[in-house]
Write a protein that binds this ligand. Structure first.
Ligand code: SAM
Length: 306
């Protein structure tokens, strides 16, 4: 098992496979990737890293980017993985319609699809593309047909853009007969865009007032609200020490560095191209040693109480 100095056990790996993207979202954090290197991590390094992590009990892998579907070898990358409980990807969905079936055949279990606005014009302003919106809708349909479900529809909350349209998003998702979960994400201010920050406490209260049932996930202690037959998940990373206290993720950057935390790039561990599974296992241990909660207060209390 990979357990850090705060007792957090690593069960999942988030792998960025490229910095390239076919959209240019105004808010994108690009997985906190190190921007200097344009090298793209090879399928072999990904496979060996996941194999080493799986030997330590990691059961889940999520691919991200950039846009993971910009990699033409994405199907090969997935097919080369060892058996895992859950293999997923987060995608903007633009290129998904053509590849949903081949990705599912390669072993992808499910996808998260980013859709920051249901309004075509807003979507174009946010993403820099006036043509992409209908392709995303086709991508959602193709992903359902390929069984890449449940799909999570990721909507980063943006003040004045989509924060007053949450009801519309719930209604939109209800049209997919339980195949789609709405995931509302608090904006992380990576690009000096604090003017779009939403009062997330207000969103939480609104969801509470509408929900027939509320559950809590172990990952990051995320809340799930059941509203009019739709599952709505709220991701609240900011100033949220319980988010960090329950973080079980390690990251691999698109240039092949192990990354202990989304928020930092001063503690990366580089994997050399010819490193063996055993050597990567040692690197994983070193990376986990470096893990520290970004927001810590509640964690200290938890440690005091136990
Ligand atoms: N291109 C893919 C996509 O659009 O899903 C993958 C990359 S994107 C960085 C991965 C996830 O990060 C998406 O769900 C997106 O909504 C989320 N995300 C991006 N920027 C964010 C930000 N500033 N704050 C919170 N979440 C963000």
């Amino acid at each position: 098992m990979l357990s850090d100095n705060y007792g957090r056990i690593i069960t999942s790996l988030r792998i960025s496979i490229t910095k390239k993207c076919n959209l240019n979202c105004i808010y994108c954090h690009q997985e906190g990737d190190d921007i200097e290197s344009l090298r793209e991590v090879s399928p072999g390094t990904i496979s060996r890293t996941v194999t080493a992590a799986a030997e330590f009990g990691v059961k889940k892998v999520k691919f991200s980017g950039g846009e993971p579907l910009m990699r033409h070898d994405f199907e090969n990358i997935i097919a080369a993985l060892p058996p895992l409980k859950d293999i997923s990807a987060t995608t903007n969905g633009v290129l998904l319609a053509k590849r949903a079936a081949s990705l599912a055949d390669s072993g992808l279990d499910r996808v998260n699809i980013s859709l920051p606005s249901l309004d075509k014009e807003n979507y174009a302003k946010l993403t820099g593309s006036s043509l992409a919106f209908p392709h995303v809708l086709e991508g959602i349909r193709a992903a359902i047909d390929a069984g890449l479900t449940p799909i999570k529809l990721n909507m980063v909350l943006l003040k004045g853009i989509n924060d007053s349209r949450i009801d519309d998003a719930i209604h939109f998702v209800s049209g997919y007969d339980g195949n789609v979960i709405l995931q509302l994400i608090e904006l992380m201010n990576f690009k000096n865009i604090s003017r779009y920050m939403v009062d997330i406490g207000g969103v939480e209260k609104m969801l509470e007032s509408k929900a027939s049932c509320i559950k809590e996930r172990q990952l990051h202690r995320r809340k799930k609200y059941f509203i009019d037959g739709v599952e709505v998940e709220l991701v609240r990373p900011i100033d949220n020490s319980s988010f960090c206290a329950n973080c079980n993720r390690l990251r691999l950057t698109s240039s092949g560095k192990l990354k202990p935390c989304l928020m930092r790039n001063d503690n990366l561990v580089e994997i050399s191209e010819n490193a063996t599974v055993q050597e990567i296992g040692e690197m994983l241990k070193r990376t986990v040693e470096k893990r520290e909660p970004y927001y810590k207060d509640e964690l200290k209390q938890v440690i005091c109480r136990t």
